[in-house]
Design a protein around this ligand. Sequence first.
Ligand code: SF4
Length: 698
Amino acid sequence: MTGEVRTTCPYCGVGCGVLARVEGGRVHVRGDPDHPSNFGRLCSKGSALGETMALDGRVLHPEIKGQRATWDAALDLVAQRFSEAVAQHGPDSVGFYVSGQLLTEDYYVANKLLKGFVGTANIDTNSRLCMASSVAGHKRAFGEDIVPGTYEDLEAADLVVLVGSNLAWCHPVLHQRLLAARQQRGTRIVVIDPRRTATAEDADLHLAIRPGSDVLLFNGLLAHLAATGATDPDHIAAHTTGFDATLALAQADAPDRTRVARGCDIPPADLDRFYEWFARTPRTVTVYSQGVNQSAHGTDKVNAILNVHLATGRIGREGAGPFSVTGQPNAMGGREVGGLANQLAAHMGFTAPELDRVSRFWNAPHLARAPGLKAVDLFEAARTGSLKALWIMGTNPAVSMPDAGKVREALQKLPFVVVSDVTRTDTTRHAHVLLPAAAWGEKDGTVTNSERRISRSRAFLPVPGEARPDWQIVTDLARRMGFSAAFPYRTRAEIFREHAALTAFENTGDRLLDLGALADLPDDAYEALSPIQWPAKRGTEPGGRLLAIRFPTPDGRANLVPVRHEGPALPVSRDHPIALTTGRLRDQWHTMTRTGLAPRLSAHAPEPVLDLARREAQALNLHDNDLVQIESPLGLALAKLRVSDSLRPGEAFLPMHWSGLFAARASTGPLSNPATDALSGQPELKHVPVRVTKAPTR
Ligand code: SF4
């Protein structure tokens, strides 16, 4: 083990432990056998980490308008422009757009600066694009954003239902754990996904439902459970509210199984089998991910899933519970510190007692008093002129946001754009000030994975050029803006302790996020910190399952939420008759700034390919390798075609990773749908109506 550093994979929310060492000028990695998330396993992306550490494309020095500058000059200018905007136009004229790639300490100081001291809640994160609907659904049902279970529950379950989750490609190590457990105990796996994904290939039953019909399916399930006596009346009576109203709406929405099967467009026998398996299997875990969240009705879909678990008492128990898996490595850490515009900090919102608590803890009399602009609205405010200065940290919204053409327009119009990032991206082109950030392997801190487990991310490489960790950059800016007393940090351990103390501050047990046991962690213990699951309250054993009995609501009961089936916000039409969905590939990550550097990862899918259902391909006389034009009401893209038997008739799939496939078109850009969920603000990235035609030859 000599020379190996224990750290955490920077890709997905599984949060695998990695042992990294530098030898012969190269980085070598292997899975950490002692990490409780992966026990030594790594997927293709994680095992190729060593091949992605080249400095190609790195931002190595601060720049002002494309010219190299000193840190002092760059940060003085940022402080001046942000302070001027606040003085002239008020605090809500500035904002931060941050990333689930940031470490918790980075996230904490960025949130504290903007909400606590600048006085606006206009800080949102690219995690808004992947899990905001789960956060909103959890809060509505449980009173707090809680993932009740652990990865072990997938291994202890007899039935695992995966909804809108291509676990095999997007959370591969968790999928490996599930398949290994199935060999032992014969776990049944049901996949609910319009596409026949790699995960569906491993399933005992695949329900290729009509896109957007998830609520109907789960309302029908709730009605079936009630009709067959498979609910848990004692649990309902003792620990929940809203059951009768929720069941009544479910029964009205899904009056019989024939209509549900027709509405979901699946064989009635498959529907019956799923309902029977669910009804008869107490140890059931339902995993959900982007296919549920990325919808204009994502929060309702989440609550439809939570309703059936609450009605059966299958929550917080071994092998049973709803389980939201997060996309990014530290999406959960961002949620903990309040890195969403509608959260304050430490799972607190904007009620008067919560504002009072945080204001006193931070000694911040000018704390933001109300939620800020969520991601889509933040960029719209930039485009329409009410936002004057924006700092983008570690993310590439010029490509990844829905309706990204408008986002690029917003970035061009903004009077002042700061970007801090590791590499040059489509977004860094718009920066008035560009700041070099330290990358994975060069910076230290903590991340939290999908099962609430906090792990250390540790440095094992020197920081190149003049790059700095994000927390230092933000702290330096805060001091220049006159907030030195509130940002005294010399180390990331000091920030972590403050974050932990805030979670426990005047917490009388109403919040489950409590890291009080870590609030006095000495520096050396922070450096040596082993993975630890929260809650970590003073004087109690950390971690474990949550929400079996008491919920963090005023009356201690969970809320079943009546939800009604609604179709996609932008349905297919005569002009755009094909339903396009988007998603990840097995070996790529986000816009490929890192995974694109490893030839063996790129070999899996070297170029963007549109999968089109065979029926449409035949009707349009399109064939494999044809170059096609994909047009939505919003934009235009070009890609090669592959005729697919993995898609339902009328559907197409395009991977999310490439930016170069979008053709220029006045005032529009990439295809995706800007419709958002009314509660969570999460965009409907999983359903875009398009037409597909052969690309014109020049
Ligand atoms: Fe990294 Fe996720 Fe793969 Fe684990 S499963 S090695 S965290 S990408």
